[in-house]
Design a protein around this ligand. Structure first.
Ligand code: NAP
Length: 458
């Protein structure tokens, strides 16, 4: 079989694998098919280039490297807690960007001089997108992991703008000035892009993180696309196009979910103000699990708003059991998912699908937001920012303008959380002191188990 056929099989396998990932039931198989297709393509490249002069593409060496990478990836992924998955995804994204920079520099400093403008531009774009994605994803990892980072100041924004100008100027110089040493030029552009990644991500934070994560994902996709063009590798090219395009689509969707323009997000958040109340001044009413169960037993229509805390508590399975139990008690339970709930796009959808919660009971936030009064009770399970009315009525708040699930309009709201910690954006939640809101303190999984046990007794 000629190598072209192997590339075709790998490319089709990669696309099919990604398609499987769209369906939770087949996602695991999709992962295996996509990874297998990439390994097949790598082996094909090695075999096609396995003459003695190109020792780096020695098939045995390549297989050894794939094996080492597989073992490291497997051990690392197994050790990571489910709640730290978004951080792991950021690190993987960073590695993709780093690869693009290394591949570009390796080609520029290689034996064959880069003497054509098209190839040069591909290498420059790979360095710019890869470098930005690498350091940007490292900063995103640190933000998601709650690590200490310098406070965003205007100087970061100016530094990012200056670096962008420098990258533009060096690229124009490459196009119009002859005799410039290309390897040094690419190295300078790559270093500027690495620094740019740090300065452009530092000021983006709080609630804008989902947009940043999807954008960095898209940048890695474009960097991979450039590497695919460089090496005439169809699998890399298709993978890069798909990741870049889906990343861009996700970025626009996340912007819409936050009601922000991309320019606005990239301009960074320097707002330090926000809700003037703090938790100590809030008038909090608590409720017990037994009282919550009694309340739910007399409801007709209930909704759950899941958030990051549900992922921390790993309470998705209990949500399924609660739905079943309530159904037996004659109560209908809906799930309302906010697009930025959790710590990565689709986080809540994945967890609810994993717990076999029927897709039909997941309702669209926009479809129900105008009629929340219809719900006798809303259970907010580990969500905070996505139900914070400050986003609608406090113009000084950093989340002002972000569409929220209007849980506060339901007849009763019960928020499950462990203490009085703020949400990811660090804004005080003005839902908590509304007259119709009570807090059920404790780990969400424990609280749900107590409610379910009580409902069984009623
Ligand atoms: P959130 O605002 O971060 O709030 C999570 C809540 O869960 C906290 O109030 C916390 O309070 C509670 N909690 C934590 N562990 C718990 C447990 N074991 N049991 C019960 N409660 C627990 O979450 P969200 O409403 O889902 O909002 C998501 C936020 O993250 C948004 O600001 C979004 O922009 C941002 N973000 C999203 C993504 C994405 O792609 N989706 C990525 C990065 C950032 P206690 O500690 O008091 O329990």
């Amino acid at each position: 079989m000629s190598m072209a056929w192997v590339y075709l099989v790998s490319a089709v396998g990669l696309v099919q694998g990604l398609k499987f990932m769209g369906d939770p039931a087949r996602a695991k198989m999709g992962n295996i098919v996509a990874a297998g297709s990439v390994v097949l393509a790598l082996i094909a490249v090695a075999i096609a280039n396995s003459d003695a002069s190109t020792s780096l593409l020695n098939p045995a060496l390549l297989l050894g490297l794939i094996l080492i990478g597989t073992v490291i990836g497997k051990v690392w992924s197994d050790r990571v807690a489910m709640t730290a998955m978004p951080q792991l995804v950021s690190i993987f994204n960073a590695l993709g960007g780093a690869c693009a920079v290394i591949l570009g520099l390796n080609s520029a400093y290689g034996d064959v001089p880069v003497d054509n403008k098209f190839l040069g531009i591909i290498l420059i774009l790979g360095g710019v997108f890869g470098g930005t994605a690498f350091t940007g994803s490292i900063v995103a990892f640190m933000k998601l992991d709650g690590r200490k980072l310098p406070r965003p100041v205007m100087a970061h924004k100016y530094a990012a703008q200056a670096l962008l100008l420098a990258i533009g100027a060096l690229t124009i110089a490459f196009l119009f000035v002859s005799g410039l040493p290309f390897p040094t030029l690419l190295l300078s552009i790559s270093i500027a892009a690495l620094l740019y990644g740090v300065f452009f991500t530092l000021p983006i934070g709080g609630a804008d993180m989902p947009v940043l994560i999807s954008l960095l994902n898209a940048l890695t996709g474009v960097a991979t696309l450039m590497a695919g063009l460089l090496f005439h590798d169809p699998v890399m090219l298709i993978g890069g196009i798909l990741v870049g395009a889906t990343g861009l689509l996700l970025t626009t969707q996340m912007c819409r979910a936050m009601n922000r323009s991309l320019g606005n997000v990239l301009a960074g958040s320097f707002r330090t103000g926000g809700a003037t109340t703090n938790e100590a001044e809030q008038d909090i009413r608590s409720i017990t699990a037994v009282e919550t169960a009694s309340l739910l037993a007399f409801c007709k229509q209930v909704a759950v708003v899941p958030g990051y805390g549900m992922a921390v508590a790993q309470a998705q399975r209990e949500c399924f059991v609660l739905q079943e139990q309530l159904r037996q008690n004659g109560v209908d339970l809906h799930f309302i998912i906010h697009p930025v709930a959790g710590r990565m796009p689709g986080h809540m959808n994945v967890l609810l699908a994993e717990a076999n919660i029927p897709y039909a009971s997941i309702v669209d936030m926009n479809a129900v937001n105008g009629k929340m009064e219809y719900y006798d009770a809303v259970l907010v399970i580990g969500a905070n920012d996505v139900v914070n009315p400050a986003a609608e009525n406090d113009p000084t708040s950093s989340i002002y303008g972000m569409p929220i699930i209007r849980a506060y309009k339901a007849k009763q709201v019960i928020v499950m959380k462990r203490g009085m910690a703020k949400g990811y954006s660090g804004v005080t939640n003005t839902l908590f002191d509304r007259a119709n809101c009570k807090i059920l303190f404790g780990d969400a999984k424990d609280s749900l188990e107590s409610i379910i046990n009580e409902l069984k007794r009623i």
